[in-house]
Design a protein around this ligand. Structure first.
Ligand code: SF4
Ligand code: SF4
Length: 347
């Protein structure tokens, strides 16, 4: 994995380049010149880039993905004064997210559908201005089951650069004019074909080690259409603590509440904060009625909102098989077990 890769003349790929690990800092510095903030995976979360010490794009997705950069847990929308003046807080931001995985980018495509339909300007503006560099997973996490949703293929995904980390060298593939510009500035050498073959072997191995097959989307959707009263929903409701951790960590969950934070004189700001359909207050309205007061209704809704409603609305699932929800769940509720009952594959 760590041996240097020779570049044979006449055997190179024009859209793929080689970055020596020691030059990773230069790439980050180059991005910082154009993009105000650069986020990358450090340990179990995406964080703002500091030192490049220990930075690697190997392994699997981070537990806490890059969603919070595009859709922050708390965001001020506008300020108001008691006199009625409004200050819109929407502004153009140029950031960079590097090291996102296939599941992270597929999840952003799900968010694009929801926020694009509204349309929601904060998310869409940030998405437009963000440079994205993805990375190939080199090991599956034990919770990963993305193979059931198409696996590690990047076909059709939008990105500026794509990394495959071989240790001493990183294969850098371009996906946009923005990406090409960065590569040109760094004066990177074209990659030998061999690196691409090695990348394909990694993908085959990671998919094989997950041990799943692609599911039949229509079959899963039909099961959800017919099994609203299946006994599994009662079982889930009994086991679930309704804590909402699975919602908060899911890269496709996008529910939010909007509250006005005012001072005693009536000035303040309107703030958007993440909400979670598992929480009791989620369906509570001012009259005191709760549209999803029963835990069963909430536990079932979360999963229907992954495999039924988005398919009915957009023809897609809002689950990308990242496994974060059950890695975080204190009640050990494994979504793959529900999927298995529905005709997919279990844990
Ligand atoms: S994390 Fe687990 S226990 Fe908490 S709401 Fe989700 S499924 Fe229920
Ligand atoms: S439902 Fe679970 S496995 Fe699916 S995308 Fe959300 S966190 Fe990942």
């Amino acid at each position: 994995m760590n041996e240097p890769v020779p570049v044979a003349e006449g055997d190179c790929l024009s859209q793929a380049f080689v970055l020596n690990r020691k030059d990773l800092g230069q790439l980050i510095e180059r991005l910082k010149r154009t993009y105000e903030r650069v986020y990358l995976p450090v340990g179990d979360a995406f964080r703002e880039a500091g030192s490049i010490e220990g930075i690697s794009f190997t392994g699997a997705r981070a537990l806490f993905g890059p969603k919070k950069y595009f859709f922050p847990p708390r965001e001020s929308l506008f300020r108001f004064t008691k006199e009625g003046n409004i200050e819109d807080l929407l502004k153009e931001e140029k950031g960079a997210v590097i090291g996102a995985r296939v599941c992270d980018l597929k999840a952003l495509e799900v968010l694009d559908k929801y926020f694009g339909e509204l349309p929601e300007p904060f998310y869409l503006t940030r998405k437009e201005g963000t440079f994205v560099a993805g990375a190939t997973c080199t090991e599956p996490h034990q919770s990963c089951f993305c193979v059931q949703f198409g696996g590690l293929s990047t076909e059709g995904l939008k990105y500026d650069l794509w990394f495959t980390d071989f240790g001493d060298v990183i294969l850098v593939e371009t996906g946009s004019a923005r990406g090409e510009e960065v590569v040109k500035d760094l004066d990177l050498l074209n990659a030998p074909k061999e690196l691409l073959y090695r990348k394909e072997r990694i993908i085959e191995r990671v998919e094989r080690e997950q041990g799943f097959r692609r599911i039949n989307d229509k079959k899963i959707f039909d099961w959800f259409s017919e099994e609203v009263t299946h006994e599994i929903w009662e079982r889930l409701a009994e086991e679930c603590y309704a804590c909402g951790k699975c919602n908060m960590i899911c890269p496709t969950c996008h529910c939010f509440d909007v509250v006005d934070m005012t001072d005693l004189e009536g000035s303040g700001e309107r703030v958007r904060i993440w909400d979670a359909c598992h929480l009791f207050r989620y369906g509570l309205v001012a009259s005191g009625h709760n549209f999803r007061g029963e835990r069963l209704a909430r536990a079932q809704y979360r999963i229907y909102d992954k495999f039924y409603y988005p398919y009915e609305r957009y023809g897609i699932f809002a689950c990308v098989g990242c496994g974060r929800c059950f890695e975080a769940c204190s009640a050990d509720i494994d979504l793959r077990d529900v999927l298995k009952v529905a005709g997919g594959e279990g844990s």
